[in-house]
Design a protein around this ligand. Structure first.
Ligand code: APR
Ligand code: PHB
Length: 395
């Protein structure tokens, strides 16, 4: 079989790329190791920057997002027992974020792909990529016991952190940067009304908490927890009890609890692989970089990679120019490192780091006080939180 672009991975990055290429008349095949149901079962963050929202609309998969997404022009920071609002829209000239689960975005992209009659090969086993440093890359995989080969012009590695694409690059051609944080996030999804109209990020003596939502009737909460904890050892009652302790009096009063629909622990990691292009292989999304979830940049970075990559591929086929392919890696990495910095900063500011002691805690409080009282500091946070423009300077 032959195609123009072989896309490995049917997460949001792979599906979004497939859709944007299809709309430009470029043929692509998507290969996914898991089943469609498995992909939809993964609960991830749910905060879209305007850049991501616009891209989903451009991909003709944004109708439900436009109907159901919750627009947020601000967020709340709770520290030293009191809440402070950051007026993101007011500070950034009207920019906002949209609360919409990654699962929903994935479902919309899957539906758009199916409606366009495009194939995604789910449960593709032992996917391997070949000759991406030559002129004729190939992808091999097994499906129902039979081996298949796809020849293509380009391979898009959208296969996440544990995928095969980055792992297929010779170690001498790639450099990685990593920071692992000494705690995790215990997340709970529950059909209860959210604590507040906006997200509440909590810095408490007992550790970080986040009160987020999926809709007016479904909430998503997180608690900083030791990495040694196991989700199954946290009863719903223990979870709500601990969250209650980390809130302010008004929050405690408003908190509505209920049975959890999902409960899991995610470790926190910062990771970047450089470069993001190896001949005819282009990495995008989690395959190339991971951010800790504070600020929810993961999906948004995956989306901006895909925007740059789809534009470069369209330029290649339509205008016979490889300029965009040539600058892809540098352009992505400039944006990636800015989001890495922001996510690391926001994580460092909001969590308890026992090794930093009381001095570290005092510094956090001083910075938080400065942040909410200084327009300059609030604006710096707001413009990063809503997302820097795609054409932000790269120097
Ligand atoms: N062959 C085929 N598919 C694979 C392989 C493989 N060897 N390895 C992994 N995959 C698939 C995974 O099963 C998954 O469905 O690639 C997909 C990668 O999807 P994600 O991990 O969701 O990554 P991405 O699409 O880059 O989306 C970024 O992840 O950072 C989080 O929540 C953040 O929303 C962000 C998202
Ligand atoms: C979420 O709703 O899952 C979420 C929201 C904001 C974050 C992280 C996660 O910063």
């Amino acid at each position: 079989m032959r195609t123009q672009v072989a896309i490995i991975g049917a997460g949001p990055a792979g599906l979004l790329l497939g859709q944007l290429l299809h709309r430009a008349g470029i043929a692509a095949v998507v290969l996914e190791r898991q089943s469609g149901d498995y992909v939809l079962g993964r609960i991830r963050a749910g905060l879209l920057e305007q850049v991501t929202t616009e891209l989903l609309i451009e991909a003709a998969a944004g109708a439900r997002l436009q109907r159901e997404g919750l627009t947020h022009g601000g967020l709340e920071l709770l520290f030293a027992g009191a809440r402070h609002r950051i007026d993101m829209a007011g500070l950034t000239g009207g920019r906002h974020v949209t609360v919409y689960g990654q699962t929903e975005m994935t479902r919309d992209l899957m539906d758009a792909r199916a409606a366009a009659g495009l194939t995604t090969v789910y449960e593709a086993a032992d996917v391997s990529i070949h000759d991406f440093d030559g002129s004729s890359p190939k992808v091999r995989y097994y499906k129902d016991g039979a081996e298949h080969e796809i020849t293509c012009d380009f391979i898009a590695g959208c296969d996440g952190y544990h995928g095969v694409c980055r792992a297929s690059v010779p170690a001498s051609a790639i450099r990685t940067y990593e920071k692992v944080y000494p705690f995790g996030w215990l997340g709970v999804l529950a059909d209860v009304p959210p604590l507040s109209d906006e997200l509440v990020y909590v810095n408490s003596e007992r550790g970080f908490a986040l009160c987020s939502m999926r809709s007016s009737t479904r909430s998503r909460y997180y608690l900083q927890c030791p990495l040694t904890d196991r989700a199954e050892d946290w009863s719903d009652q223990a979870f709500w009890g601990e969250l209650h302790k980390r809130l302010d009096p008004a929050g405690r009063e408003r908190l509505v609890t209920g049975p959890s629909i999902e409960k899991s622990i995610a470790p926190l990691r910062s990771f970047v692989a450089e470069p993001m292009r190896f001949g005819k292989l282009f990495l995008a999304g989690d395959a190339a970089h991971i951010v800790p979830p504070t600020g929810a940049k993961g999906l948004n970075l995956a989306s901006s990679d895909v925007k740059y990559l789809s534009a470069a591929l369209i330029e290649h086929y339509r205008d016979k120019s490889d300029a965009g392919l040539g600058t892809y890696s540098a352009k992505c990495l400039a944006r990636v490192w800015r989001a890495e910095r922001f996510s690391w900063w926001f994580t460092s500011l909001m969590h308890r780091f026992p090794e930093n002691g009381e001095f570290g805690q005092k510094i956090q409080e001083a910075e938080l006080g400065y942040l909410v009282n200084s327009r300059a500091a609030s604006l710096a946070m707001a413009e990063n939180y809503v997302g820097l423009p795609l054409d932000f300077g790269t120097s």
